[in-house]
Design a protein around this ligand. Structure first.
Ligand code: NDP
Length: 293
């Protein structure tokens, strides 16, 4: 059984990006830039935003954080996005989700230039992904695909089952896995909360993607021997005796499932670190499109 080490893989990706950025800086004096916009004071969002800025800094990328009060109106937010849409030193724009009540997420995402949409949520990029065109792909599914590629996991002709159909994980990873390309080319089944007896589907998966948001949902009896299991879930489970009072766990019951499968991602240290690495990678991609054109 191989543990798919997202932490180490993400470190390698960041190192590769740092080298490319350093070379480009020497060549042209230019570096990629990421603008992160945070509206309101959600504690978890603040941690995510700061860690994204730190990750940029560490690889020599420019980053700008715009922290705005919860009272920011939608038109003020549009004006801020528009400023960065036209800023030549900024190649990626990310609006941290969820947004406070009163701001329409889909309208806000659609205001970002598709060329700078490093979260890959803009309808133009969603459409291109469905069409199989090269585009900016949402970071978590892109990270899963990168893990499959880098660990050379056989995927072509295999049956992939995705549990969850959100726009940020389930749908895009299903779209990636059905494409005719490396690390994909699968037969794909997507299941969700309306589907009864989920185990009847998951037991047939060569590649199982769990993106549900329910701790320990996937148990040992729900997986096929030798499968590859990717656990996207991040769940806080109360553990009174721990100093923090909780632990972070995935959607997969790790001890039971890891005993049966060939590959598995741990939580933490699996898909999570890959998500930020792919955000950096998307920002590089948006920048490098510009330097070649
Ligand atoms: P959502 O809540 O948006 O989607 C969850 C999906 O799971 C839905 O499609 C839902 O079905 C389905 N689901 C819920 N309960 C069941 C059930 N009992 N049986 C079958 N399907 C069910 O979550 P996200 O996709 O945003 O995230 C999923 C998990 O991944 C979360 O734990 C989240 O924290 C984590 N995550 C981790 C990231 C990382 O970087 N590692 C990044 C993004 C998310 P329905 O559509 O019918 O409601």
């Amino acid at each position: 059984m191989t543990v798919l080490d997202g932490k180490e893989t993400a470190k390698q990706i960041r190192k590769e990006l740092a080298e490319k950025i350093s070379a480009e800086k020497q060549r042209s004096g230019r570096v990629p830039g990421l603008a992160v916009i945070l509206v309101g004071s959600d504690a978890a969002s603040e941690i995510y935003v700061n860690s994204k800025a730190k990750a940029c800094f560490e690889i020599g990328m420019k980053s700008v954080i715009e922290k705005k009060d919860v009272s920011l109106s939608q038109s003020e937010l549009f004006a801020l996005i528009e400023k960065y849409n036209h800023d030549e030193t900024i190649h990626g724009i990310l609006v941290q989700l969820p947004l406070p009540k009163g701001l329409n997420e889909q309208d806000v995402i659609s205001a970002i230039s598709p060329d700078k949409d490093v979260d890959g949520f803009h309808p133009v990029n969603t459409g291109k992904l469905v069409n199989g065109e090269d585009t900016l792909v949402p970071c978590t599914p892109a990270g899963i695909h990168e893990l499959l590629l880098r660990y050379k996991i056989p995927t072509s002709g295999k049956h992939a089952v995705v549990v969850g159909r959100s726009n940020i994980v389930g749908k895009p990873i299903a779209n990636i896995l059905m494409q005719k390309k490396d690390g994909a080319n699968c037969a794909v089944t997507v299941v969700h909360s309306a589907v009864k007896n989920i185990g009847d589907y998951t037991r047939n998966a060569d590649i199982l993607i769990a993106a549900i948001g329910k701790a320990d949902f996937i148990t040992g009896d729900m997986v096929k021997d030798g499968a590859c299991v990717i656990d996207v879930g991040i769940n806080r489970v109360e553990v009174a005796w721990l100093p923090k009072g909780y632990k972070v766990t995935g959607d997969v019951k790790y001890d039971e499932v890891s005993a049966k499968v060939s590959y598995i991602t741990p939580v933490p240290g699996g898909v999570g670190p890959m998500t930020i690495a792919m955000l950096l990678s998307n920002t590089w991609k948006a920048f490098s499109k510009e330097i070649v054109s």
